[in-house]
Design a protein. Structure first.
Length: 95
């Protein structure tokens, strides 16, 4: 079943629930540990350490990083939207 928010996304309940983080990027919600705003020195140090270790994925499409998504395996994803904007919309993916 498709909706207006995920027209280009195929839905399959067997693959789990995914969260749209913008610009065509989706994240498996079962792997997300936390979503934090990109504010402060501690978050900046986390970003730099994961980037240098090769554990950072940039999902901003050239825009400023507004939030970091920390996954259960230690990888970090940079998103262009703030966590409180509500633009991170849960959706179901089908492949």
């Amino acid at each position: 079943m498709k909706t207006a928010t995920n027209e280009r996304i195929k839905v399959n309940p067997e693959n789990g629930v995914f969260m749209d983080i913008g610009f065509g990027f989706v994240v498996n919600t079962s792997r997300v540990t936390c979503i934090m705003p990109f504010i402060g020195n501690m978050v900046e140090r986390l970003y730099k350490s994961r980037r240098d270790a090769g554990m950072f994925f940039d999902a901003t499409r050239g825009r400023a990083k507004r939030s970091l998504i920390l996954l259960d395996n230690g990888e970090v994803i940079g998103a262009a939207f703030r966590p409180e904007t509500g633009l991170c919309v849960p959706c179901l993916i089908l492949f």
